[in-house]
Write a protein that binds this ligand. Structure first.
Ligand SMILES: C[S@@+](CC[C@H](N)C(=O)[O-])C[C@H]1O[C@@H](n2cnc3c(N)ncnc32)[C@H](O)[C@@H]1O
Length: 308
């Protein structure tokens, strides 16, 4: 078992490169779990060190040989120790998570943003589903968490007003902070709502949702980093799709003709296709995922409603 660095160790580690090597060794040795914006000990080390030094998190090269001040070394050493001892996702330690260059405030009230829907919104405004971004007038982000998807939707669709709904009041406080940070309070409104229940009869051009979709067995087996996130954000019932079923049942009533629903569902594609054999799911792949997002038109969802 390795020990915490003492003052002499801290003096030995001078440059960003030294600290990167040290943190990578410590994280590998400690057997940490990743997946909250990074996938490897090296990337996690780079994220924490660059965040601590207030440097752009996607550019390591220019700083590798830069020396840290004594205060900076103490700060970085503290973060490395905290990551190992607390086993929390790195974004909670620095109160920041990123989707494609967009920064979001996070703390333990919300799941760390990493949605593939966010990736597509930021990259090309979900072009596989939305032909005319300027024509989108009303968007709903169901299960909004930190508000990341509602904010990325407002940025992608400049003429849209966005409703962002979550069942948790704590979560909505974090979302409000992010909406304010982006100066979007006039276009993004927050609603405390159990899925569609608190939204009245509103209808939307586009409904986005990254709902809880993890099976009960997978939640029970979570490593500490995933246990550190709110269980409400992960648990999707026995087979993971309890909330997805409810969204599918009600979405048609909240879409305008020609509207669309886009949902992230993790590993549930086979379960969904077996349960809804007649639904023409359009599966959207991203740089990082295959078959974890679907889109459905208002028309297709309307058919489902009549049959069930
Ligand atoms: C997987 S997180 C997604 C958060 C955010 N959209 C993102 O992509 O990072 C799911 C969110 O759904 C919320 N939630 C859980 N059950 C809900 C329900 N019945 N109605 C509305 N929101 C719910 C949780 O509080 C959590 O914030």
């Amino acid at each position: 078992m390795s020990k915490k660095p003492n003052a002499a160790d801290i003096d030995d580690l001078a440059t960003v490169r030294d600290w990167l090597r040290y943190a990578t060794s410590r994280f590998s040795e400690a057997g940490l779990a990743f997946g909250h914006g990074t996938e490897t000990p090296l990337d996690e080390a780079a994220f924490l060190i660059l965040s601590a030094l207030h440097l752009p998190i996607d550019q390591l090269e220019p700083w590798l040989d830069a020396r840290l001040t004594r205060d900076e070394r103490a700060k970085v050493a503290g973060l490395i120790e905290a990551r190992i001892s607390a086993r929390k996702p790195a974004p909670y330690l620095v109160n920041a998570a990123w989707i494609k260059g967009h920064r979001f405030y996070v703390d333990e009230r919300v799941i760390v943003p990493r949605s593939y829907i966010g990736e597509l919104l930021a990259e090309d405004g979900l072009s596989a589903v939305v032909a005319d971004p300027e024509g989108v007038e009303r968007v709903l982000d169901l299960c909004t968490g930190s508000g990341c998807l509602a904010i990325l939707a407002a940025l992608a669709f400049p003429n849209a007003t966005v409703d962002a709904a979550d069942i948790s009041a704590d979560v909505l406080e974090v979302a409000a902070r992010n909406v304010a940070d982006y100066g979007l309070a006039e276009r993004v409104s927050l609603h405390r709502s159990d899925l569609f229940a608190g939204l009245g009869g509103r209808a939307y051009d586009l409904i986005l949702s990254n709902p809880p979709y993890v099976t009960a067995a997978a939640v029970a087996a979570f490593p500490p980093e995933y246990q550190a996130e709110p269980q409400l954000a992960h648990l999707g019932g026995e087979d993971g799709i309890d909330l997805v079923r409810r969204i599918l049942a009600d979405a048609a009533r909240h879409l305008v003709p020609g509207g669309a629903l886009v949902v992230e569902i993790g590993q549930a594609r086979d379960t969904l296709e077996t349960e809804y054999p007649d639904l023409p799911f359009l599966w959207l792949d991203t740089e990082q995922s295959e078959g974890e997002l679907f889109a459905l038109s208002a028309d297709a969802l309307g058919t489902l409603k009549k049959k069930r």
